[in-house]
Design a protein around this ligand. Structure first.
Ligand SMILES: [Zn+2]
Length: 211
């Protein structure tokens, strides 16, 4: 339960060259996340994001130092939400859903980590994070499904930007959907466009779009 992004990989294994391209493009965004006030960490919310030739794994920073004065529960973005809150200045809650607040900007209540964004080059055999499934067919046909629940914490912008990069490189070999709408991906698209020269054209895949 909670605001989530979903992806389906066509193959258990991403080609070395494509994987390195994904990693280097994501690495190029790291200083920009800092400028936006997004603290990225390793998959467990501590240390540095891992971007290697075999694994890309990151999360928000658990010990972020942000105040817990605005308790959000498990937050969900409001209809036109975007951006990253300035944690000491803004109360971003505009309403509620059954598990917490609806918020107008990405924010945390004292812990910027949520679920790990985990994207190995080769999916380990029978790994529980990935499983055989296809977005538009009953049979998975070897497509690998995974997801990342961000609860619209600040690192959500990094998860969307990362997935926009994977789409640019892997094209029809990855299928991406989200609890969010196009506008919730605008920050990631604009950042990718500004730094990497692509991204504004990105669209979420839809079950009825027959892609
Ligand atoms: Zn935080």
């Amino acid at each position: 339960m909670g605001y989530t992004h979903y992806w389906y990989r066509k193959n258990k294994e991403v080609e070395v060259k494509s994987y390195e391209e994904i990693g280097s493009k994501f690495r190029a965004l790291l200083p920009h996340f800092e400028q936006l006030g997004v603290n990225l960490a390793g998959g467990n919310g501590k240390g540095e994001p891992e971007i290697s030739q075999t694994l890309i794994s990151f999360n928000g920073l658990e010990d972020c130092g942000h105040p817990s004065t605005h308790e959000l529960g498990i937050a969900w973005p409001s209809k036109n939400a975007n951006g990253v809150a300035k944690p000491w200045l803004e109360d971003v809650a505009s309403g509620s859903w059954h598990a917490g607040a609806t918020i107008d900007k990405r924010a945390c209540s004292g812990d910027c980590s949520h679920e790990t964004c985990w994207f190995p080059r080769v999916v380990p055999k029978d790994h529980s994070c990935y499983f055989d499934s296809h977005p538009t067919q009953e049979n998975g046909n070897g497509w690998q499904f995974n997801f990342c629940k961000t609860a619209y914490k600040p690192y959500d912008i990094a998860v969307t930007a990362f997935l926009i990069i994977t789409k640019h490189i892997l094209k029809k070999e990855i299928w991406i959907s989200s609890d969010g709408e196009t506008q919730h991906w605008a920050d990631g698209r604009i950042l990718c466009q500004k730094v990497l020269g692509f991204g504004v054209e990105f669209e979420l895949d839809r079950r009825d779009s027959n892609k």
